[in-house]
Ligand binder design. Structure first.
Ligand SMILES: C=C(O[C@@H]1C=C(C(=O)O)C=C[C@H]1O)C(=O)O
Length: 279
């Protein structure tokens, strides 16, 4: 009886933590809605986007199915989130009725959408990485690992195939994302880079932005390590071999779509960091 009471109290405390996480995520969604609302006019779009809303709902339903969340419950949740996002933008509750949409603003040649320097005031609305960290911790580790393993398999397909990563067989290299409080230990097993649950022999440590700048080649490894934005710790030989491999990566072999996505992501992260620094 006492043990059950204790277990119930612990369970309820964890439910409270999950509730906090949901509100944090809702607050993050609202900030992003604000950003989307400010970007839409210069992207030539009106505020209300029923097609996007329906895609958002469909994605939600697919994930709900995989997670065993009843479809009706998920639908209610998305109704609430979308109604809130519409209200934030001064739109009526019902997408089909249009709401108080602004007239479309055509894309302005003077302001290309990828000129991020002009977006600084809006980028400041994004939470800085240290505020995103608690949200990431809500994501189960095995999801994080599966995502990372899939991304590495795509980016590093060519070097893995030609044996350039063989030095990683049975070795453990850590990647520490300092501002997100994340650390993954990678090893090569059966020709695949996997995340292992073990201590690293050597680690590369840096902020999310600097690691993304490295992965996207927007900044070269020499500069990042020289400025100590990236730091190698542990077994120097393993660390240096990994670092040299990054320099010699056959970037052309990375699928073009992924290269573009990485490049955009890195530029976005760098611009957001600048925007926060100027605050
Ligand atoms: C946030 C946006 O604005 C509205 C709200 C949406 C949402 O809550 O997901 C989707 C489309 C828009 O009608 C957006 O355009 O992305």
């Amino acid at each position: 009886m006492r043990a059950e009471r204790f277990a119930l109290a612990r369970t309820r405390a964890t439910i409270d933590a999950v509730d906090d996480g949901m509100l944090l995520l809702l607050a993050a969604r609202r900030r992003l809605v604000r950003l989307a609302a400010r970007l839409k006019p210069s992207a030539g779009l009106v505020a209300s986007d029923p097609a996007r809303e329906s895609a958002v709902r469909q994605r939600g339903q697919r994930l709900a199915r995989r997670l065993d969340v009843p479809a009706g419950t998920a639908a209610h949740l998305f109704d609430l989130m979308i109604a809130d996002a519409r209200a934030q933008q001064g739109l009526s509750d019902d997408a089909d009725q249009g709401g108080q949409d602004r007239s479309p603003v055509m894309l302005d040649g003077m302001n290309p959408p990828n000129d991020l320097s002009r977006a600084a005031p809006m980028l400041r609305l994004l939470p800085p990485p240290r505020r995103i960290a608690p949200l990431l911790r809500v994501l189960p580790a095995r999801w994080q690992h599966a995502l990372l393993e899939r991304a590495m398999a795509r980016v590093l397909a060519a070097p893995i195939a030609d044996g350039a990563l063989d030095f990683m067989a049975g070795r453990r290299l850590g990647i520490e994302v300092s501002d997100l409080g994340l650390c993954w230990v990678l090893s090569l097993r059966d020709g695949r880079l996997v995340v292992v649950d073990d201590r690293p022999e050597a680690s590369v440590r840096g902020s999310a932005t600097d690691l993304l700048l490295l992965a996207s080649r927007l900044e070269d490894a020499d500069t990042l390590f020289f400025q100590r934005n990236l730091v190698l710790t542990g077994d120097t030989e393993l660390g240096l071999t990994a670092r040299n491999l990054l320099d010699r990566l056959p970037w052309e072999s990375v699928p073009l779509g992924l290269r573009i996505a990485l490049n955009r992501g890195a530029r976005f992260a760098r611009a957001a960091r600048e925007a926060h620094r100027q605050r």
